[in-house]
Ligand binder design. Structure first.
Ligand code: RIB
Length: 308
């Protein structure tokens, strides 16, 4: 299948990760280890996920004028991701994320955005031609809101579909949500956006209907290993079960899902096929430690789907 390119507007940070037997309580110190460091940020992870599936990806982000910033450019290049719009901030350092993963493979993250939090609307405007020619634009909420707004504005101006992964949660207006084609919150984000506590298929259906009524044409609520719930205003919506695998680290699974979804939609797959692909990319990502480095290749996804 032929396909257009994907533009990802989002974060790049360095992930500083450690395992812990259990998450520390407030005021508690726990002994962890081993320590790992690697490329991360929801935007960067999603770009890697899509690129490893074979999409041509343009990354729009900002890094510091420091070693982590140089590493970012090298990492993106190694992943065959175009860095023409990776901007350098001369004042702010490259961001970092502090990640703890417990024995149940669950994670807690504190992200200090650094330079990528200073991505401006003027920066995004420089990528207008690339956005205009995209098959799909992918955006999260891990940069400045002005960058997110400009991305949605340009995509709408040029009629390019947008996947918005509203992570981490930030308060956003309905006016902004109405510019989104596919909204992909997880349970927590869907709950915070709608005020409906999402825990299962039934509550996901209620929340998805609210988001649809606010003007989002296609809602995909990810439900961890349960899969995801899709609603587009027709019938009652569909639960797409996740693939069952032995998880070692669930960090970045949402990013894997979004990168896989963007790739499949850019390739012209139907929404059902695209969700199946996204679920497979997410399932395989949790079988390896880390975030961007855990994204599967196209060959791995093809083999995995053939076996199911
Ligand atoms: O979604 C996982 C990502 O969130 C991590 O890579 C970390 O950088 C945080 O931004």
């Amino acid at each position: 299948m032929s396909q257009g390119h994907i533009t990802v507007v989002g974060s790049y940070v360095v992930d500083l990760m450690s395992r812990t037997p259990h998450m520390p309580k407030p005021g508690e110190t726990v002994l962890g280890g081993p320590f790992r460091m690697g490329p991360g940020g929801k935007g960067g992870n999603q770009a890697v996920a899509a690129s490893r599936q074979g999409s041509q990806v343009f990354m729009v982000t900002k890094v510091g004028e420091d070693q982590f910033g140089k590493d970012a450019l090298q990492n993106f290049t190694r992943e065959r991701i175009d860095t023409s719009y990776v901007f350098i901030d001369r004042e702010e350092a490259t961001g970092v994320a502090l990640i703890a993963v417990d024995d149940q493979s669950e994670n807690m993250i504190v992200v200090a955005l650094g330079a990528c939090g200073r991505l401006t609307s003027a920066d995004v405007e420089q990528a207008e031609e690339t956005i205009r020619n995209s098959a799909v634009v992918l955006v999260q909420l891990e940069t400045s809101l002005e960058a997110v707004k400009k991305t949605l504005e340009l995509a709408q101006k040029h009629g390019v579909p947008v996947i918005m992964n509203p992570a981490p949660y930030q308060k956003i207006s309905k006016e902004l949500l109405q510019k989104v084609t596919y909204l992909t919150p997880n349970e927590t984000e869907a709950s915070l956006l709608t005020g409906i506590e999402v825990t299962d298929e039934e509550s996901a259906c209620l929340a998805a209907k609210v988001l649809y009524q606010w003007g989002v044409p296609q809602v995909i609520i990810t439900l961890g290993k349960k899969g995801c719930y899709y609603y587009n205003g027709r019938n009652t919506g569909t639960l797409y079960p996740g693939f069952q695998v032995d998880a070692v680290d669930t960090t970045g699974a949402g990013d894997a899902f979004n990168g896989g979804l963007a790739h499949a939609l850019a390739e012209g797959q139907s929404i059902s096929e695209a969700i199946r692909c996204a679920n497979a990319v997410a399932a395989l990502s949790v079988t390896k430690p880390g975030t961007a480095p855990s994204m599967p290749t196209k060959a791995e996804v093809t083999r995995f789907l053939q076996q199911r």
